[in-house]
Design a protein around this ligand. Sequence first.
Ligand code: PGA
Length: 232
Amino acid sequence: MRKLIIANWKMNGSKELVEKINLLDPKHANIIICPPYPFLGAIKNDKIQLGAQDITKIPSPNGAFTGEVSGEILKSIGVNYVIIGHSERRDYFKEKDAILTAKINNAIHAGLKVIYCIGESLEDYKLKNTKEVILKQLRLINKFNKHYSDFIIAYEPIWSIGTGLVADYKDIEKIVSWINNMFDHKMKIVYGGSVNQDNAENMLKSWPIDGVLVGGASLKMEEFQHIISYCR
Ligand code: PGA
């Protein structure tokens, strides 16, 4: 099975990086690039897929909602995925269950697949609360049980995002298998958090982990290509 590599550029990227992505020819992996909104229309490469980093919570495909972007608009320019529940949005923008549910509803209604991010804080990790936290975050998607195959779960321990600290891949495997059993293997599950060219190989060679979500390292083209090259 081809592994999935999701690039989350966050509030980064440039026209130069877009040009490099337009030349990317990943032979052995499925790549989803999630740049800031303005770059979505500039990426023209039928060998990769596009994901948005956000979607409106307003239940309408269009209208007088300055600054908002609907799933229907994203879909109309060839976007097929959207990230929802990223810890940065949960934390900085106070996105709680009601907002996340509204966004997931809108995404599914528009025909987008959802990259749903979950993960525990350092405190919860130290207190061994990981499963409890994850269960709570996953409970939110129970109501979308008819659409489980439209979800990719990104397990991203918060203490690992942007810190250089990576969870032990044996621990990740256990969490991924546990989630897989919970959802009857209906969803793909990727790991995210400080994935780079030095640690991606273990993850991409591991059988239960369907792929990786890469933040910082996806902005450096050589490093990103190195990560992709482990998918053979
Ligand atoms: P990172 O980000 O790879 O820079 O840790 C991952 C993410 O937040 O999605």
